[in-house]
Design a protein around this ligand. Structure first.
Ligand SMILES: *Cc1c(COP(=O)(O)O)cnc(C)c1O
Length: 219
């Protein structure tokens, strides 16, 4: 299926005026479709699976900024650290330490976001507020020099209830703002997907992750 160019352009237009970055989520989509969007000038792409990301990155131009947005297992960190632009889903201190360790080996500083659990569902990964504060506290006391925590990421409940979605995004933005006061590096609030990105933007998102509105439904 071809890229939904009109839809892509209208999202881009929508976000441009608001200074919100767009990550095009290309999981399960072939490299040809990524290239199609690349040729329109797009550079930020998001993937959920390590092996898929590694294979695609090898076949595509090196100036693509790859966002890892899935759940990351510690034993797989080493495969993406050499080239990843931003890891959105950091959900434990152990994982952050492993990213630091691999960053050190690669001689790089890896950009990360802490994933916060804001949804009602039990299954979604992420930290609660006190765990986020604990990680930020520990990183202040004993800095990990090869990671840079740039902000937070979250996913709202999968529901038709847009009031609930809005409340969850608002909660995340409140936490983000309070951390931003103490952490000058904090600049990214990654929230909003195809079904809820407009609400996310209204509630302070600085980066949305959109798949199906750009690439069509996934198989
Ligand atoms: C798949 C995915 C997206 C994109 O979802 P769409 O509904 O297709 O826009 C965004 N964020 C994460 C974490 C995802 O896994």
């Amino acid at each position: 299926m071809p890229v939904l160019k009109e839809s892509y352009k209208s999202i881009l237009n929508d976000l441009l005026n608001k200074k919100v970055d767009l990550v095009a989520v290309s999981k399960t989509k072939p490299v040809e479709e990524i290239r199609e969007l690349y040729e329109l000038g797009h550079r930020d792409f998001g993937e959920n699976y390590v092996q898929e990301l590694v294979e695609k990155a090898a076949q595509l131009p090196h100036d693509i900024r790859w966002h890892y947005i899935g759940h990351l297992q510690r034993n797989k960190v080493k495969y993406i650290v050499p080239f990843v632009y931003l890891i959105h889903g950091v959900d434990s201190m152990k994982l952050l330490k492993e990213i630091h360790r691999q960053g050190e080996k690669a001689g790089k500083k890896i950009n990360c976001l802490l994933q916060v659990h804001i949804a009602r569902e039990e299954t979604k990964f992420g930290l609660d507020e006190s765990e986020v504060n604990e990680i930020m506290h520990q990183s202040a006391v004993d800095p990990l020099n090869h990671v840079q925590v740039l902000g937070l990421m979250g996913m709202a409940t999968f529901t038709e209830n847009m009031d609930l979605v809005r409340r969850e995004f608002r909660m995340l933005n409140t936490l983000f703002s309070s951390l931003k006061n103490k952490n000058p590096d904090f600049s990214i609030l990654s929230m909003g997907m195809s079904s809820d990105y407009r609400i996310a933007v209204e509630e302070g998102s600085t980066m949305v992750r959109i798949g199906s509105l750009i690439f069509g439904d996934r198989n």
